[in-house]
Design a binder for this molecule. Structure first.
Ligand code: MLT
Length: 302
């Protein structure tokens, strides 16, 4: 029997790809051969000698101590691209939320007591009038599966789309629509973008990628979207830019307490990959890789 420990909820459609006559699955067991994980941090976990594989049902692997795993000969698989559509839909809807001031307008109507409805509607229409996406430029930092999907969708909505990848120097494996421009430097991207969306992992080179100096390059009223990782945007500098009006909105998938009360911060509870479809796709992708490794010795995408 191959023992599979699940550290987070993993889609049952994925788990059902593991035949129960060979695989025993549980969220509590000792000495597993396989660990399946989403966002749970594995840094403090004891690595037993049995462990052969870790499957990350998602793209990012920064919750897994990769050095420790490779020293012990443990193979780590992830699921690049399997949740890209879910993230794309949330990023596109967040740009629409921001450009039409939907969160503030919703709060105004639902949470404030409006004495005179007719006057309130007139005032609300003026106060929350928005702008449209087609005349705007979206800058995408990171041209992997997710970044490219967003670039192509935003281009189809009529936006000008530019992209830059600080990590991949070779041409991305994911195909950009013609008309999406790859710029030569990250500073050029910031200086031209009304919206900037980050889609890179958190590594030494991407920490504080958006800092005080680069915020100064942005056009007035830019919107920043961080659905990648906490730490890529220097939030201290960003809060200053929000308060002095340089940045209009900050949409982040990584809520922390001091952002909660700002009326132009839209913070979400790490929802990017949280759709039924993405959870199924990620689980199926890692389970297939794990079986191919354990049953046939093949290693794909580790
Ligand atoms: C990812 O890196 O793909 C996400 O963090 C997935 C998740 O929410 O588990």
């Amino acid at each position: 029997m191959i023992k599979v420990l699940t550290l987070n909820n993993i889609s049952s459609i994925g788990l059902n790809k593991l035949p129960r006559d060979n695989y025993k699955i549980s969220s509590k067991m000792s000495n597993p051969d396989v660990v399946l994980v989403r966002s749970a941090k594995m840094y403090d976990m004891e690595i037993n000698d049995n462990l052969k594989v870790v499957g990350r049902a998602g793209a990012g692997v920064n919750n897994i101590p990769l050095d420790k795993m490779s020293n012990k000969g443990v193979v780590v698989f992830n699921a690049p691209g399997a949740n890209a559509n879910a993230v794309k839909e949330l990023v596109i809807s967040s740009m629409l939320l921001a450009s039409r001031n939907i969160c503030q307008a919703w709060y105004y109507v639902n949470c404030l007591s409006l004495d005179n409805l007719k006057t309130a509607i007139e005032e609300g229409k003026k106060k929350y009038a928005g702008s449209e996406l087609p005349s705007k430029t979206l800058g995408i930092v990171g041209l992997g599966a997710i970044g490219v999907k967003i670039a192509n969708a935003a281009h189809a909505l009529g936006m000008n789309v530019i992209g830059f990848d600080p990590l991949i120097t070779i041409k991305s494996a994911w195909k950009l629509s013609s008309g999406v421009e790859q710029v030569l430097s990250i500073d050029e991207l910031f200086s031209r973008s009304n919206f900037v969306s980050f889609h890179v992992p958190l590594v030494e080179n991407t920490k504080n990628l958006l800092n005080k100096e680069r915020i100064a390059l942005l056009p007035e009223d830019a919107t920043i979207l961080n659905f990648a990782r906490d730490g890529i945007v220097n939030e201290e500098a960003l809060m200053i830019a929000l308060n002095n009006g340089k940045v209009k909105y900050y949409v982040t998938d990584f809520p922390i307490d001091d952002k909660k009360d700002h009326d132009r911060v839209i913070a979400l509870p790490h929802l990017g990959a949280s759709t039924v479809e993405a959870e199924d796709n990620c689980a199926i992708m890692v389970v297939n890789q794990i079986r191919d490794y354990l049953e046939n010795g093949n290693i794909t995408n580790s």
